[in-house]
Design a protein around this ligand. Structure first.
Ligand code: SAH
Length: 388
């Protein structure tokens, strides 16, 4: 079997419970992209087995600390374990993540369920090579009507994989209507964001619905996820406005509102920064404001600008709250840490002259597990603040 020897820093990282070794921490390695290799430290002590790809910045991704063969049965048992965990969550929805890559012990593989269909993202050469095993296990354990590969992810380029979208098994429709608690929405499986929807916000959308009162403003609404839950959360009377800069996203939001028989949802196409400033200057007031922006900090270098942007939208949003109003504010930038977010919100509250009561700190839905020893698996943060 091929082997890789890792430098001190790589070994320490693996021993800390993290599965990644960067190329610069690999001393020596044999094998090629997609191989499973034995990993050892300089003294020859075994650290486990990893997916190897010399082309990738993260050259080794640990799959097991043991010596067992990484074969068909191994892949199946990892998938079985991931599915059993989701079953234990009693998820009140039929679109959610079944397998979350490293967090479920299969680096580079994401499996999302949309009703009877599965959508995969494969971001490692090793999983790509073992796709037959994955499909066989998913076929037996989940019994999908169709399986789609969303190959249009950046990680595939880094691993030297092609970037097409293709059906791997059965038949898959362009889009499908799924249920999320009391809400139904249409997910565009072939062309939508990620695998068709932002599933990591599922629990937060439901929670936000519970905070809806008075007028509701859902900013960075995309296809209206938060807006729909808010509109159903306040039966009758309330008006909910979804704001996004994307025309197609708002078109989908309108269709979703109709799908749920909602007449109190309006959609506004605007730049969120401009709209929030205009509305706060005009003295508008809301009972609930949701902010779910795209990742402003994709790398560490983006942090200063990202911080200013987060501060600006949160400051405006706080000004928009009526007394007792709630701000449900999110950040999905891993680099913008929970601590940094807290500091930024503190500055925003102080500049807005509002006292902000912390009702909750939330993270991504539990079907996107956060692993304590893998900080990168904690990326989505939401603060729920009430301004008296
Ligand atoms: N809340 C959504 C996901 C939001 S994704 C959900 O739960 O499904 C972020 C959204 O922000 C995208 O739809 C994108 O079109 C929008 N966006 C990005 N920059 C924007 C800007 N400056 N103004 C308004 N919308 C913006």
């Amino acid at each position: 079997m091929e082997t890789a020897t890792v430098r001190k820093r790589g070994a320490a990282r693996l021993r800390s419970g993290h599965p990644w070794v960067y190329r610069s921490d690999v001393a020596e390695a044999s094998g090629e992209a997609g191989d499973v290799v034995r990993v050892a430290d300089r003294a020859g002590r075994s650290l486990g087995q990893a997916f190897y790809n010399p082309r990738s910045e993260i050259s080794l991704r640990l799959v097991t600390r043991g010596e067992e063969p990484v074969d068909r049965a191994f892949v199946r048992s990892r998938i079985e374990e991931a599915l059993a965990y989701r079953d234990s969550l009693s998820i009140d929805a039929d679109a959610y993540r079944l397998l979350h890559a490293e967090a479920d012990g299969l680096p580079g593989l994401v499996v999302d369920r949309y009703g009877p269909y599965l959508v995969l993202q494969v971001g490692s050469a090793a999983v790509e090579r073992r796709l037959d095993w994955v499909l066989e296990a998913l076929g037996e354990l989940a019994g999908p009507e169709g399986v789609l590969l969303r190959g249009d992810v950046a990680s595939r380029k880094r691993e030297g994989l092609d970037t097409g979208v293709r059906v791997l098994a059965g038949e898959v429709p362009e889009s499908v209507v799924v249920r999320e608690g009391p809400v139904r929405y249409r997910a565009d499986l072939f062309g939508g964001q990620k695998t068709g929807a932002f599933l990591d916000q599922r629990e937060n959308r439901a929670a936000a619905g519970g905070y809806a009162s008075g007028r509701v403003l859902d900013v960075f609404s995309h296809t209206g996820g938060f807006a729909l839950h808010a509109a159903l959360g306040v039966p009758g009377g309330t008006s909910v406005e979804a704001v996004d800069s994307s025309g197609p996203a708002l078109e989908a939001a309108r269709a979703n509102a109709a799908l749920n028989g909602l007449e109190n949802v309006t959609c506004t196409r605007a730049n969120a920064f401009d709209l929030l400033r205009e509305r706060s200057d005009a003295g508008e007031r809301y009972g609930l404001v949701v902010l779910d922006p795209p990742a402003f900090a994709r790398t560490r270098r983006d942090l200063p600008a990202a911080r200013r942007a987060y501060k600006e939208i949160n400051l405006r949003a706080m000004k928009l709250l009526e007394p007792g109003g709630v701000l449900f504010t999110c950040s999905c930038s891993y680099h913008f840490s929970r601590e940094l977010m807290e500091e930024t919100l503190r500055e925003a509250a102080s500049d807005a002259g509002r006292r902000a009561r912390v009702l909750e700190w939330r993270g991504q839905s539990l079907d996107h597990p956060e692993i304590l020893t893998v900080p990168e698996t904690r990326y989505l943060k939401c603060a729920v603040l009430q301004c008296p």
